[in-house]
Design a protein around this ligand. Sequence first.
Ligand SMILES: C[S@@+](CC[C@H](N)C(=O)[O-])C[C@H]1O[C@@H](n2cnc3c(N)ncnc32)[C@H](O)[C@@H]1O
Length: 152
Amino acid sequence: MRLLARMAESAPRGVVCGVDYSKDMLLEARRLNRELIAQNRMELRLGDLARLDYPDASFNTGCTANTVYYWPAPLSNVREMARVLRPGGTLVVAFRTTALAPYRHAPLGFRWYSAAQVAAVLAEAGLIEIERRQRPLVLPRCCVVIAKKAVA
Ligand SMILES: C[S@@+](CC[C@H](N)C(=O)[O-])C[C@H]1O[C@@H](n2cnc3c(N)ncnc32)[C@H](O)[C@@H]1O
């Protein structure tokens, strides 16, 4: 959740918008970021990545952390995130890779991905300049895949 505050820090003249479909997570994120919200520098909504309530090309950057595991349809989620990115904008997907132990606490389903699998989904969604970053000694099994939306 510190990610939202870090994003606001790195875009001091921008607004950070976030969605989560869990009401509990939304309330906690709003509590943690209440000052930024009060300053109109952050807006957090209840919502599903699969159907974002934002117009096309609304954002310079999109980022999702530790959510891919729960997506029933990764390609359509990535397409939806790409839709709200401006041409030339950047999408960042952060997650832990397959190497972790089996996870059994997700009643609605849970799936591990490798960096190559996530990169392939981003490519299939039409994103370009796909780059994978892993720093295994700093954050074990953490992976970030970064891509750009083409300028038409
Ligand atoms: C493991 S938590 C990660 C929270 C935070 N991003 C972090 O890294 O600490 C996963 C969160 O993703 C949310 N989530 C998963 N799929 C989602 C989707 N399609 N739309 C909105 N939220 C989603 C869940 O509700 C949950 O709050």
